[in-house]
Design a protein around this ligand. Structure first.
Ligand code: 4NP
Length: 154
Protein backbone atom coordinates (compact mmCIF):
# COMPACT_ATOMS: atom_id res chain seq x y z
CA UNK A 1 0.00 0.00 0.00
CA UNK A 2 1.23 3.49 -0.84
CA UNK A 3 0.20 6.54 1.19
CA UNK A 4 0.82 10.19 0.28
CA UNK A 5 0.42 12.88 2.95
CA UNK A 6 -0.32 16.37 1.64
CA UNK A 7 -0.18 19.83 3.23
CA UNK A 8 0.33 23.31 1.80
CA UNK A 9 4.10 23.81 1.65
CA UNK A 10 5.43 20.26 2.23
CA UNK A 11 7.98 21.66 4.69
CA UNK A 12 6.15 21.37 8.06
CA UNK A 13 3.11 19.13 8.57
CA UNK A 14 3.36 16.52 5.81
CA UNK A 15 7.12 15.90 6.31
CA UNK A 16 6.45 15.41 10.03
CA UNK A 17 3.56 13.06 9.22
CA UNK A 18 5.74 11.19 6.73
CA UNK A 19 8.45 10.82 9.39
CA UNK A 20 6.02 9.65 12.07
CA UNK A 21 4.35 7.16 9.71
CA UNK A 22 7.68 5.79 8.45
CA UNK A 23 8.93 5.33 12.02
CA UNK A 24 5.74 3.69 13.32
CA UNK A 25 5.48 1.43 10.25
CA UNK A 26 9.17 0.42 10.41
CA UNK A 27 8.66 -0.64 14.04
CA UNK A 28 5.56 -2.71 13.21
CA UNK A 29 4.58 -5.87 11.36
CA UNK A 30 3.79 -3.62 8.38
CA UNK A 31 7.49 -2.93 7.76
CA UNK A 32 8.23 -3.20 4.05
CA UNK A 33 4.55 -3.42 3.10
CA UNK A 34 3.48 0.23 3.35
CA UNK A 35 5.26 3.04 1.51
CA UNK A 36 4.89 6.69 2.54
CA UNK A 37 5.69 9.94 0.76
CA UNK A 38 4.57 13.56 1.13
CA UNK A 39 3.87 16.55 -1.13
CA UNK A 40 2.50 20.08 -1.02
CA UNK A 41 -0.41 21.61 -2.89
CA UNK A 42 1.90 24.60 -3.39
CA UNK A 43 5.32 24.46 -5.03
CA UNK A 44 7.08 27.46 -3.45
CA UNK A 45 9.42 25.30 -1.37
CA UNK A 46 10.09 22.55 -3.94
CA UNK A 47 13.56 21.07 -3.52
CA UNK A 48 14.00 22.42 0.02
CA UNK A 49 14.47 20.36 3.19
CA UNK A 50 11.75 20.60 5.84
CA UNK A 51 11.51 23.75 7.97
CA UNK A 52 14.30 23.65 10.58
CA UNK A 53 11.68 23.85 13.35
CA UNK A 54 9.98 20.73 11.96
CA UNK A 55 13.34 18.93 11.73
CA UNK A 56 14.17 19.90 15.34
CA UNK A 57 10.75 18.81 16.63
CA UNK A 58 10.92 15.41 14.90
CA UNK A 59 14.50 14.90 16.08
CA UNK A 60 13.30 15.54 19.63
CA UNK A 61 11.00 12.58 19.16
CA UNK A 62 13.76 10.40 17.75
CA UNK A 63 12.86 10.74 14.07
CA UNK A 64 15.20 12.18 11.41
CA UNK A 65 13.32 13.98 8.62
CA UNK A 66 16.29 16.07 7.44
CA UNK A 67 16.81 14.10 4.23
CA UNK A 68 13.32 14.84 2.92
CA UNK A 69 12.91 17.34 0.06
CA UNK A 70 9.72 19.23 -0.72
CA UNK A 71 7.80 18.68 -3.93
CA UNK A 72 4.48 19.77 -5.36
CA UNK A 73 1.55 17.36 -5.75
CA UNK A 74 1.05 16.27 -9.36
CA UNK A 75 -1.78 14.54 -11.22
CA UNK A 76 0.38 11.41 -11.51
CA UNK A 77 0.24 11.06 -7.72
CA UNK A 78 -3.44 10.15 -7.92
CA UNK A 79 -2.48 7.01 -9.83
CA UNK A 80 0.79 6.27 -8.04
CA UNK A 81 -0.72 6.26 -4.52
CA UNK A 82 -3.58 4.28 -2.99
CA UNK A 83 -4.55 7.08 -0.63
CA UNK A 84 -3.89 10.83 -0.53
CA UNK A 85 -4.27 12.07 3.05
CA UNK A 86 -4.63 15.80 3.70
CA UNK A 87 -3.58 17.83 6.74
CA UNK A 88 -6.51 20.29 6.69
CA UNK A 89 -9.74 21.10 4.85
CA UNK A 90 -8.13 23.72 2.60
CA UNK A 91 -5.63 21.06 1.46
CA UNK A 92 -8.52 18.62 0.95
CA UNK A 93 -10.39 21.13 -1.21
CA UNK A 94 -7.29 21.87 -3.31
CA UNK A 95 -6.43 18.19 -3.74
CA UNK A 96 -10.00 17.31 -4.77
CA UNK A 97 -9.88 20.11 -7.33
CA UNK A 98 -6.89 18.39 -8.98
CA UNK A 99 -8.22 14.82 -8.65
CA UNK A 100 -8.99 12.97 -11.92
CA UNK A 101 -12.44 11.42 -12.27
CA UNK A 102 -12.67 8.20 -10.31
CA UNK A 103 -9.90 9.06 -7.85
CA UNK A 104 -11.79 11.43 -5.56
CA UNK A 105 -12.79 8.60 -3.24
CA UNK A 106 -9.10 7.95 -2.55
CA UNK A 107 -8.65 11.38 -0.94
CA UNK A 108 -9.38 12.06 2.75
CA UNK A 109 -8.32 14.05 5.78
CA UNK A 110 -5.38 12.32 7.52
CA UNK A 111 -6.94 12.34 11.00
CA UNK A 112 -10.31 11.12 9.75
CA UNK A 113 -8.75 8.36 7.64
CA UNK A 114 -6.68 7.26 10.63
CA UNK A 115 -9.95 7.03 12.56
CA UNK A 116 -8.91 9.34 15.36
CA UNK A 117 -10.84 12.54 14.71
CA UNK A 118 -13.62 12.93 12.16
CA UNK A 119 -13.21 16.27 10.39
CA UNK A 120 -10.10 16.99 12.47
CA UNK A 121 -7.37 19.16 11.01
CA UNK A 122 -3.62 19.33 11.59
CA UNK A 123 -3.23 23.10 12.12
CA UNK A 124 -0.60 25.00 10.11
CA UNK A 125 2.35 25.77 12.46
CA UNK A 126 4.28 27.91 9.93
CA UNK A 127 3.64 31.26 11.61
CA UNK A 128 3.55 29.74 15.10
CA UNK A 129 6.10 28.70 17.71
CA UNK A 130 7.62 25.51 19.14
CA UNK A 131 4.39 24.58 20.93
CA UNK A 132 2.57 24.58 17.60
CA UNK A 133 5.12 22.18 16.15
CA UNK A 134 4.76 19.93 19.23
CA UNK A 135 1.01 19.94 18.71
CA UNK A 136 1.51 18.91 15.07
CA UNK A 137 3.77 16.06 16.18
CA UNK A 138 1.22 14.87 18.74
CA UNK A 139 -1.48 14.77 16.08
CA UNK A 140 0.52 13.16 13.28
CA UNK A 141 2.12 10.59 15.58
CA UNK A 142 -1.30 9.68 17.03
CA UNK A 143 -2.49 9.27 13.45
CA UNK A 144 0.56 7.15 12.60
CA UNK A 145 -0.09 4.84 15.56
CA UNK A 146 -3.76 4.54 14.61
CA UNK A 147 -2.88 3.78 10.98
CA UNK A 148 -0.51 1.00 12.05
CA UNK A 149 -3.21 -0.50 14.26
CA UNK A 150 -5.84 -0.17 11.56
CA UNK A 151 -3.77 -1.62 8.72
CA UNK A 152 -2.05 -4.19 10.91
CA UNK A 153 -5.25 -6.03 11.78
CA UNK A 154 -6.33 -6.44 8.16
P1 4NP B 1 3.02 23.25 5.78
O1 4NP B 1 3.30 24.74 6.33
O2 4NP B 1 1.86 23.35 4.84
O3 4NP B 1 2.70 22.48 7.00
O4 4NP B 1 4.30 22.80 5.10
C1 4NP B 1 3.52 25.83 5.49
C2 4NP B 1 4.74 26.00 4.90
C3 4NP B 1 4.97 27.11 4.08
C4 4NP B 1 3.95 28.01 3.86
C5 4NP B 1 2.71 27.81 4.45
C6 4NP B 1 2.50 26.72 5.26
N1 4NP B 1 4.19 29.14 3.04
O5 4NP B 1 3.28 29.97 2.92
O6 4NP B 1 5.29 29.27 2.48
Amino acid sequence: MKLLVVCLGNICRSPMAEGALRARIAASTLAGRVQVDSAGTGGWHAGEPPDRRAIACARGHGVDIGEQRARQLSVGDFHAFDWILCADRANLRDVLRLAPPGRRDRVDLLLAWAGIETDGEVPDPYTGGPDDFQQVWRLVDSAAQAVVTRLGVR
